[in-house]
Design a protein around this ligand. Structure first.
Ligand SMILES: NC(=O)c1ccc[n+]([C@@H]2O[C@H](COP(=O)([O-])OP(=O)(O)OC[C@H]3O[C@@H](n4cnc5c(N)ncnc54)[C@H](OP(=O)(O)O)[C@@H]3O)[C@@H](O)[C@H]2O)c1
Length: 331
């Protein structure tokens, strides 16, 4: 009888704990900070995910600075962002700079953007490019360029804003990585290396920034319908295309809205779709859970998910081997 009662209590305790986690999950979602009058600087803001992000942030009252190289694309994007603003005082500015360039230049430009639009509340490191092909087929200069842009083009702008954010006791940094930051697949030796690098950067920065009220969000978009993705498709080896078909596909609007919500919530990982959420669970490691509910779900699912990962990896390896055999037969 006593044993039955205590089992009942344990059961009730688990249900109550689960309910508290669910409630805390939704309470946190509701307390998103307002973006009214806040300055958001978006690198890669002229096209694709960055442009959609700027439009979504403008709809919520933010002042926007778009950063990219091509001034025509910047101005076209700024006109679309301007249409989305909700108040007469909202500002939209363009900044043409090469993020694969030197730090002094980046720092000087970011400082002038702050003088124009106010201190940066959120930095979105979205400028980036893909590099696709077998390692032996990649050009050395292309490997160097993608490393400079994707890695230093993220670290250096962040270095330029982090001191100010810490001094003000608020700020949000988004690092746009990719699912290629969680899993290295055929054809992405150059690209995955850069995205794994910024993942490490985001993890370390999160710990440095947390005591100062500054949060870091690592975005892991799936394949997304952007000009950059269309370009990548032209150079994808068959193996890479077949393996990538296993993952999801999204629109820049969905990815950008999710990134903004997740950053405002203070989440570390920003994912879109079930596959990516599950991949982030498998790779959670030493990253902070958003809520106790998330930690609970990770704890109970990790064993099963590991088996699932082994199955997927084996499937991908078989696709690559089949392609090799097919090519050898054709020869
Ligand atoms: N699309 C996808 O499927 C996908 C999936 C996962 C992750 N991502 C990541 O998401 C980010 C955005 O991707 P996207 O597909 O939206 O890219 P996109 O359509 O190619 O747009 C790239 C943006 O970055 C800017 N940019 C490129 N090189 C630059 C440089 N050297 N200096 C300054 N700005 C530069 C571009 O403008 P300019 O060329 O005028 O400079 C443009 O505004 C990238 O980091 C990418 O790796 C994309």
């Amino acid at each position: 009888m006593l044993c039955c009662l205590s089992l009942q209590n344990v059961g009730l305790g688990v249900i109550a704990g689960f309910a508290v986690m669910l409630i805390s999950h939704f309470v946190r979602r509701k307390s998103r900070p307002s973006l009214n009058g806040k300055h958001i600087l978006i690198t890669g803001g002229s096209l694709g995910i960055g442009r959609s992000f700027a439009i979504e942030a403008a709809k919520r009252g933010a002042n926007i600075t778009l950063v990219a190289r091509n001034m025509n694309n910047l101005q076209a994007a700024a006109a679309d962002v301007q249409k989305a603003v909700i108040g007469p005082d909202q500002k939209v500015a363009c900044l043409s700079m090469d993020l694969s360039g030197n730090f002094e230049e980046i720092q000087k430009n970011i400082k002038s953007a702050e003088e124009e639009n106010g201190p940066i509340f959120m930095l979105v490191n979205c400028a980036g490019t893909s590099l696709c092909g077998k390692l032996e087929d990649l050009k050395d200069d292309d490997i160097k360029y993608v490393t400079h842009l994707n890695v230093l083009g993220t670290i250096l702008p962040t270095k330029a804003v982090i001191t100010g954010m810490k001094e003000r006791g608020e700020g949000k940094v988004i690092v746009v990585a990719s699912q290629a930051a969680l899993i290295g697949v055929y054809g992405f030796c150059g690209y995955s290396a850069t995205k794994f690098a910024v993942r490490g950067f985001a993890e370390a920065l999160r710990m440095e920034a947390k005591p100062y009220g500054v949060t870091v969000t690592l975005a892991l978009p799936p394949d997304t319908d952007t000009p950059g993705f269309a370009e990548e498709q032209k150079h994808k080896p068959e193996e890479c295309r077949l393996v990538s078909e296993e993952a999801g596909f999204s629109t820049p609007e969905v990815v950008a809205t999710k990134m903004l919500d997740d950053a405002l919530d203070g989440k570390f990982y920003s994912t879109v779709g079930l596959e990516c959420a599950l991949a982030s669970y498998i790779c959670a490691g030493f990253t902070p859970p958003f809520t106790a509910l998330e930690a609970f779900l990770q704890f109970f699912s990790i064993g099963f998910l590991r088996l699932f990962a082994v199955y997927i990896l084996d499937k991908m390896d078989r696709i690559v081997t089949d392609c090799k055999n097919k090519k050898e037969k054709q020869k």
